[in-house]
Ligand binder design. Structure first.
Ligand SMILES: [Zn+2]
Length: 147
């Protein structure tokens, strides 16, 4: 049974959208300040394996924002070109193309990050419908598991 998240509460003001539908960040946009500066790693940044992406929004949702950073990833003395896919709940997936991988190493390196490491508590609000609320930041979403 596949869960389907329904946005019920948006913590941020939506950024303007481009003609293709992507949200566009501008100098005036402050909703992504939590990501830090261009050379900063986003909060809760972690290296993951490709198989870990199934536990993210990567496979099911279109990102609300796309950003690019050049930052130092722990263990690598060179600045990494990081492409960030950021989702409505403040979670995200980043990837880096490793142009000089060692033999046997992956060419694309994957990472996750998040504004908050959500700690959800669930509340049933209907048949196959539950509301999950983060006790840390207050973010809330409804999950319809009816199919
Ligand atoms: Zn949270």
């Amino acid at each position: 049974m596949k869960s389907k998240a329904v946005k019920t509460k948006k913590k941020v003001t939506a950024a303007p959208k481009s003609r293709c539908g992507h949200r566009v960040t501008t100098e005036e946009t402050t909703e992504l300040e939590w990501l830090g500066g261009h050379n900063d790693l986003p909060p809760n940044f972690k290296r993951v394996e490709e198989s870990d992406l199934k536990r993210t929004k990567f496979g099911s949702y279109h990102p609300d924002w796309i950003e690019f950073k050049q930052a130092l990833v722990p263990g690598d003395p060179c600045y990494a070109n990081l492409h960030l896919l950021i989702y409505y709940d403040g979670s995200g997936v980043a990837y880096q193309v490793d142009h000089y991988p060692e033999p046997g190493d992956p060419t694309v390196l994957w990472y996750t990050f998040s504004k908050c490491e959500h700690k959800f508590t669930a509340q049933g609000i209907g048949n196959c419908l539950r509301r999950e609320t983060c006790s840390k930041c207050g973010y809330s979403e409804e999950i319809d598991s009816s199919g």
